[in-house]
Design a protein around this ligand. Sequence first.
Ligand SMILES: *Cc1c(COP(=O)(O)O)cnc(C)c1O
Length: 419
Amino acid sequence: MTEGDARRWHPETLAVRAGYDPASGANAAKPPIYMTSTFAYASARQAKDIHQAYFDGTGPEVGHAAHIYSRLGHPNLDMVEARLAALDGAEAAAAFNSGMATHSAIALAHLRPGDAMVFSRPIYGGTNGLYTQLMPALGVGHAEFVDGCDRADVEAAVDAASRQGPVKLIVVESPANPTAAIVDIAMVVAVADALGTKTGTRPLVVVDNTLLGPFMQRPIALGADLCMTSLTKYCGGHSDLLAGGVSGREALIQPLRLLRTTLGSHLDPYTSWLLLRSMETVHLRVERAMDNARAVATFLRDHAKVAKVTYLGFLAEGTPQRAVYDRQCGAAGSTFSFDLVGGEAEAFRFLDRLELLRFAVSLGGSETLITHPATTTHYAISPDERIAGGITDATLRLSVGIEHIDDLIGDLRQALNAV
Ligand SMILES: *Cc1c(COP(=O)(O)O)cnc(C)c1O
């Protein structure tokens, strides 16, 4: 595939075609799995040239995709990375063995003792742990903002972080998990630019795009430096693998690949192959899941035992969140939360009555999953912070799948009747 094709083709076409050239794999129409830990050199000279290309980015082997050892890179990883970069509209991408391995590599690549960073709240529990526990133990300060549509709130967090050290990263999760809080990505980029002009150090803006994914939100086009995605979720799409990826300019991605070599967090050949296969159909699964999610959200909103539904498609006209949503998001996604009338007891009774919906953490699979964030995904977060982030004892999170809508609503209705 030439670069001209990549620019001309639509994302749906790139999802099927980008990243694999049959000429590279004995003309197999679909990608072989390269189950090998190491690669044979053609000659001593070529071995030296391959190492020069890998470590210095110079010499005759640059651009030849030769490999050394699978922890450093392998053909199936190259395919996933090329496809992810194409879908995200980025120059390059790096894939890891989980979303958290991706977040950790970004943090370790860009933060040093004495630096500071800013993140949006609520944020995924693992990301929260990375920036409130591990990174502070390594001497990295942090500050948070809650209203990602209010520039003053974001600037206040940047000021608070600046008092702890030079701000090197701003990490944004939008929409946030599980409350669907929205951050204005272009506004955060403008705040980063302003800080760069003022201090000479411009923080990188990293967007966790897991909740909407490449077909519904394009952070790179909005000015973000790095677009991070837990590929475990919608891109993997079947709740049967763990993977993560990050896309952006080649100059920002290459250091992450080198760090991955040190951390040993590459994505293995078989999982890369599975993921490449799933990426071909992600838009079809997501479209059906979103149709189902709208119907489920509407059913819940109108039910007497439901106090609140935080579905993006219901954002009120005239609010700042709605304005940002209209500018930034292609659609409402299929993960949202709702509050039952009552508290933990009502939530537990409801969960234990469900027959079809699976009670499990994670999201973005073909099957509908439901969780009780306060006692599972957000267990480790203090009650004050949790409630400030909109997660009460009666909050349930749904990741709506691709089952028949009547079966989903039927199960929700019978379980609500039992509360
Ligand atoms: C799941 C998730 C992650 C972490 O990804 P893993 O693949 O589980 O490591 C990060 N961010 C968000 C928003 C997630 O939902």
